[in-house]
Design a protein around this ligand. Structure first.
Ligand code: LLP
Length: 422
């Protein structure tokens, strides 16, 4: 079987290794639960997009909600990427990691006034605006600061991305973006507001998309609008097609990033928009298969109805299975001989929804270390402190080097901002 994450993740001599580092050793050294990432895998993912975009005006804005750890941001900044952010907190992270907001696009349906001011003062490259109300608020905030806010309108193209309903965002019934039919009027308004400078157009139709067609459909809908908006005398500089490219968790076969880009560029050329700057906002496809979550088996609890393998990572560390019933591969770090019955791999949290994998054939014993694969995206970034569980530590391997990029939290720090009363 090819492991998701190959060639950086491989099993040699029975040991699961990331960039050659035995994962069981890292678990011993740093403790569990532990996220481990391959820097080479992240660089390779960024370069796949960039190679295909070479010679074209472009910016790959890494959607940092997928994994916002500072060393990850640093890695992508060094690889020439910008960032797609969705909060003032994410902006602070970009500034802490890179000191530069000029390659940041600011997405999100609910930007607050303080977030707008913070982003205006930092000098973000573009606000991806999702409603008329937001246009008006941003205009007022920009004027109050004596600035013009660069804007793109996020258009809801009403395209079915064919993905999980919770992560599908480009349909009429979703909360995201300005309806296609209302976009031209919104552009006229934006162009008339003195605190705004119209720069581009964007969309984002969903996540874990495994086909190219929905992207092309959305692009076509965007280009129809570009033509209408420019015919109305409002020039647009860039087209941002968002993120959403899927990865392999089990047997999905998403297109490679360079294949997606090639098809998008072809379409831009065919419609006479070849010279236009192209922005992308990939998240999952940049980091998903670059990371694993390591967890130690605590107890085995065989039963009549089910066998439970209780591990020390839980839904608070990795929410995707509980939240989306997501299937993520689980592999022993060191293979053990013997029978491999079916186990539900579950955490210690007091909820039946606290599972990482169901009915997995595993030869395991207490003390073994398991790796949940493809956990680099929406793993640590969605982790919580439920059950007062300190969040996991994170390690980045980079060739020979091993870096602890985030220390394990400690429980006392979790409640240090709280106050006893009376
Ligand atoms: N741009 C915008 C405006 C977005 O909302 C998103 C993701 C992205 C880019 C990046 O999409 P990606 O390339 O990562 O698919 N927590 C879920 C995924 C939520 C995605 C939300 N938006 C999961 O674990 O599957």
């Amino acid at each position: 079987m090819t492991l998701p994450g190959a060639p950086f993740l491989a099993r040699t001599g029975g040991e699961l290794r990331l960039e050659g580092h035995p994962l069981a050793d890292l678990a011993r050294q740093f403790g569990t639960p532990l996220y481990v990432y391959s820097r080479a895998a992240m660089r390779a993912a960024a370069h796949a997009y960039q190679r295909a975009l070479q010679g074209r005006p472009h910016l790959v804005c890494y959607a940092m909600k997928a994994n916002s750890s500072l060393a990850v941001l640093q890695t992508f900044a060094q690889a020439g990427c910008g960032f797609d952010i969705v909060s003032g907190g994410e902006l602070q992270r970009v500034l802490a990691a890179t000191g530069d907001a000029s390659r940041v696009v600011f997405s999100g349906v609910g930007k607050t006034r303080p977030e707008m001011r913070q982003a205006l003062l930092a000098g973000v490259r573009c606000f991806n605006v999702e409603s008329v109300g937001e246009l008006e608020r941003l205009n007022a905030e920009a004027l109050a600061l004596g600035r013009r806010a660069p804007v793109s309108l996020r258009v809801n193209p009403d395209v079915d991305a064919g993905t999980h309903p919770y992560i599908s965002t480009g349909l009429k019934g979703n909360k995201f973006g300005i309806a296609h039919g209302e976009a031209l009027a919104a552009y006229r308004l934006a162009a008339a507001l003195p605190g705004l400078q119209v720069l581009g157009i964007d969309s984002h139709i969903g996540s874990q998309i495994t086909q190219i067609e929905p992207f092309i459909d959305a692009l076509d809908r965007l280009l129809d609008l570009v033509e209408a908006v420019e015919a109305a005398g409002i020039p647009l500089h860039h087209v941002d097609i968002g993120g959403g490219l899927g990865i392999t968790y089990t047997d999905e076969q998403p297109p490679a990033a360079d294949e997606l880009v090639r098809r998008v560029l072809q379409r831009l050329d065919a419609r006479g928009h070849g010279g236009r700057e192209l922005l992308l906002e990939p998240g999952r496809s940049m980091v998903g298969n670059a990371g694993v979550l390591l967890t130690e088996v605590q107890y085995l609890k065989p039963g009549d109805a089910k066998n439970f393998c209780i591990v020390d990572a839980a839904m608070n560390d990795l929410m995707r299975p509980a939240m989306y019933e997501a299937w993520m591969a689980i592999e022993p770090c060191v293979q053990r001989a013997g029978p491999a019955p079916l186990w539900d791999v579950v955490g210690p949290v007091c909820e039946s929804g606290d599972w990482l994998g169901r009915e997995r054939a595993l030869a395991v014993a207490p003390g073994d270390v398991l790796a949940v694969l493809s956990a680099g995206a929406y793993g640590m970034a969605m982790a919580s402190n439920y059950n007062t569980r300190p969040r996991a530590a994170e390690v980045m391997v980079d060739g020979e080097a091993v870096y602890l990029i985030r220390a394990r939290e400690n429980a006392a720090a979790l409640f240090s901002d709280e106050r006893l009363i009376g």
